[in-house]
Design a protein. Structure first.
Ligand code: ADP
Length: 463
């Protein structure tokens, strides 16, 4: 099906609605005018008939019945200003019939259905008023008539005027409507043109916003807002790809250099073992990184779906602490658990939650110097399970705090790389917290330590 451009469709609708309205107006104006003419003529004819009626009554009462035809002739020709009258009695005898009436051959109806009738006499339209009166026990039919040719000619001229002016008016209005809709929709064409030129290469281009304060201005602003968000998302992806390739290239380059150097000359078995151990350590880090990247890719594409079930956070956090305390012990960091024995049930995925807690505990160990302290706590508050991992390590500068949950963000690049971090742990952690309808927050001051707090909504206790 062919779809017409919107401006043509608007004009067509406009034309159709206007055509119906103007036609209705034309038809009603024509009939109203005809009705008004006929009513005026009928009133006049009725008055004349009434005059004749009075004359008949007067003559009969005076006993001048024989003078009636003469009286009627005089009355008609002298007083009523016209000769269009005929009067007959019940038997069909003419009491009086003017010459014009008999020339026109106006008939005498036997029964009267309508007092006002139309008759065509010698191509002249006549309007006839039929008044039946009863005087002195005898009934008479008074018929007064009017020549309508002038009126009907005027009516015909009026109809012709309507017939010519309405289509002309319609055409002008349709042309005007088309012009207005073309003008009104011109900015849409401009928006389309600009939008067509925007691609991944020039996502920073924006649509021109017409300062009209109308729907088109709002449309341009909304599209520009969408472009802002798209550009930001696109930049994030580009940055993520660049960071990911960079992080992967570094360990590969290290492993390659180590391998090449060791192959330059013959080495002892111990030397080879050292190199292989180094390469293995790099490989472990790299596969850890690849695993994190894969996790985030699955999270982005929606394929990483946690398996929600009634989960006791107390148990999960205890398990994470068990693993974490070993790491802390290895670094001579005091590790304290402040977890009550009460169960705290939430709807969650135990392995994702364990991963989240381990990320925080692992970070606390990484960023706390030897002989520091780590404290892990869990409590119930206002329908939430609140887990906290607190350390008295290096802390995070205020400027870095809003960014630590961003992918590949490291507060102190050189230092954290040394400690083995690539800046993906907290972004994974935030995703896990949010997918559990929870939140993750950090409070920190450099040199004094950091506290990471997770709030998870508590579900009904398990049976
Ligand atoms: P990484 O793998 O580098 O630790 P994360 O996403 O887990 O990545 O953390 C992002 C950055 O936040 C870290 O590089 C570090 O600068 C900072 N950070 C995270 N946890 C702590 C902490 N407990 N103490 C100090 N800094 C931290």
């Amino acid at each position: 099906m062919i779809t017409l451009p919107i401006r043509l469709r608007l004009t067509a609708w406009y034309f159709a609605v206007l055509a119906v309205m103007l036609s209705a107006f034309g038809v009603s104006a024509y009939f109203a005018m005809r009705h008004s003419i006929r009513r005026t003529v009928d009133e006049e004819l009725q008055i004349r008939a009434e005059g004749v009626h009075q004359l008949i009554e007067r003559d009969i009462q005076r006993g001048h019945k024989d003078d009636l035809p003469e009286g009627l002739r005089e009355h008609t020709e002298l007083r009523s200003g016209g000769a269009l009258l005929q009067v007959s009695d019940d038997q069909g005898n003419w009491l009086y019939r003017s010459t014009v009436m008999s020339d026109y051959g106006v008939p005498r109806p036997t029964t009267i259905r309508n007092r006002a009738t139309e008759f065509m006499g010698k191509d002249v339209p006549l309007r006839i008023w039929n008044e039946k009166v009863s005087v002195g026990g005898q009934s008479y039919l008074i018929q007064s008539a009017f020549e309508m040719d002038d009126f009907y000619e005027a009516l015909h001229d009026f109809a012709l005027l309507l017939f010519i002016s309405i289509p002309t008016l319609l055409l002008c209005a349709a042309a005007g409507g088309y012009w207005i809709s073309t003008r009104a929709l011109a900015p849409v064409d401009q928006i389309t043109q600009t939008a067509r030129t925007i691609s991944a290469q020039n996502l920073s281009s924006r649509l021109v916003v017409p300062p009209t304060g109308d729907e088109l201005q709002r449309l341009s602003e909304t599209l520009n807002g969408m472009l802002d968000r798209l550009e930001a998302a696109f930049k994030k992806i580009t940055q993520f790809t660049a960071d990911a390739s960079h992080e992967l290239r570094t360990p590969v380059a290290v492993m390659r250099t180590r391998a090449e150097l060791s192959l330059r000359k013959a080495r002892s078995a111990d030397e080879y073992r050292d190199v292989i151990a180094e390469v293995l350590a790099e490989l472990e880090k790299t596969s850890g990184l690849i695993e994190q990247l894969m996790f985030l890719a699955r999270a982005d594409s929606g394929t990483e779906t946690p398996h929600f079930a009634a989960t006791n956070v107390t148990d999960v956090l205890r398990e994470a602490c068990h693993q974490g305390s070993a790491l802390a012990e290895a670094k001579q960091i005091a590790f304290e658990e402040k977890i009550s024995t009460d169960s705290l049930w939430i709807q969650g995925d135990a392995s994702s939650l364990r991963r989240l807690f381990l990320i925080l505990i692992d970070n606390a160990v990484k960023y706390t110097p030897a002989s520091g302290q780590i404290e892990v706590s869990l409590q119930r508050n206002n329908g939430f399970a609140i887990a906290e991992v607190r350390d008295n390590g290096i802390g995070i500068a205020e400027a870095d705090l809003p960014n630590v949950f961003e992918r590949f963000y490291r507060a102190d690049k050189a230092r954290t790389r040394e400690l083995g971090g690539v800046g993906l742990g907290l972004s994974i952690g935030r995703w896990i917290a949010e997918v559990h309808a929870g939140t993750i927050e950090v409070h920190s001051s450099p040199g004094h330590g950091s506290t990471f707090q997770i709030r998870l909504p508590i579900a009904k206790p398990a049976a």
